[in-house]
Design a protein around this ligand. Structure first.
Ligand SMILES: CC(C)(COP(=O)(O)OP(=O)(O)OC[C@H]1O[C@@H](n2cnc3c(N)ncnc32)[C@H](O)[C@@H]1OP(=O)(O)O)[C@@H](O)C(=O)NCCC(=O)NCCS
Length: 181
């Protein structure tokens, strides 16, 4: 059964202890997260922001920020990871967006703050997205990645994604997971 149009998701968090001992908390994105998300995305290095959005972005425009934070948690599911530290800063963001015409197909994206990369958050978030997509009846979960994004390509390969050249050109690779398979 495709449950993409089921009632909005109920909050369920995870606590992860990372190499080095720092802890991180995964939770659903909330309506009040606009400021925290702005700080997170604007705090990414230019390179990470370029890898995430595929174009040079000095800072998020209000329109893009609205797109990222005005989330229904039905067709557009989004999570943040907070550092378990004073002020609980957002250190990662992961989401998938279902095609409204075909909710069993969804596009995912994720980003981890530069200081927190290489600690396994990307791998955990990828697994989380695949689990949630499967629960929701998503059959194809795809992500478009710049062809020079070695880390993300490695992560997708390791997650079992099928990597294909992107129809828009050689600068992009499309990785597709089949969460239900
Ligand atoms: C891509 C990204 C999400 C990965 O997150 P991360 O938390 O750094 O990833 P992990 O620590 O879980 O690493 C996962 C795997 O990636 C690969 N990897 C990690 N660092 C790497 C590097 N410098 N070069 C190549 N591969 C690397 C490894 O296979 C690694 O597994 P390992 O634990 O055996 O080293 C993160 O680097 C990021 O936010 N980048 C900018 C935004 C972006 O590219 N988003 C993807 C577009 S959708």
């Amino acid at each position: 059964m495709n449950t993409a149009l089921a009632p909005a998701a109920v909050e369920a968090g995870h606590r992860w202890v990372l190499p080095g001992g720092r802890a991180a908390l995964l939770r659903l994105l909330r309506p009040g997260d606009r400021c925290a998300e702005q700080t997170f995305f604007n705090g990414l290095s230019l390179d990470s922001r370029h890898q995430r959005f595929h174009f040079g972005l000095r800072e998020l425009s209000p329109a893009l920020l609205t797109l990222l934070t005005d989330v229904d948690q039905r067709l557009h599911r989004a999570w943040v990871v907070e550092a378990e530290a004073p002020g609980r800063p957002v250190i990662a963001d992961a989401r998938f967006v279902c095609d409204p015409a075909q909710p069993s197909v969804a596009e995912f994206a994720l980003a981890v703050a530069d200081d927190w990369q290489g600690l396994g958050l990307g791998r955990r978030l990828m697994a989380h997205l695949a689990t949630e997509a499967r629960r929701q009846g998503v059959q194809q979960l795809f992500g478009d990645v710049l062809a020079d994004n070695r880390r993300m390509l490695a992560l997708m390969r390791e997650s079992g994604a099928r990597l294909r050249p992107h129809p828009d050109g050689a600068q992009l690779v499309r990785g597709t997971l089949t969460p239900g398979a």
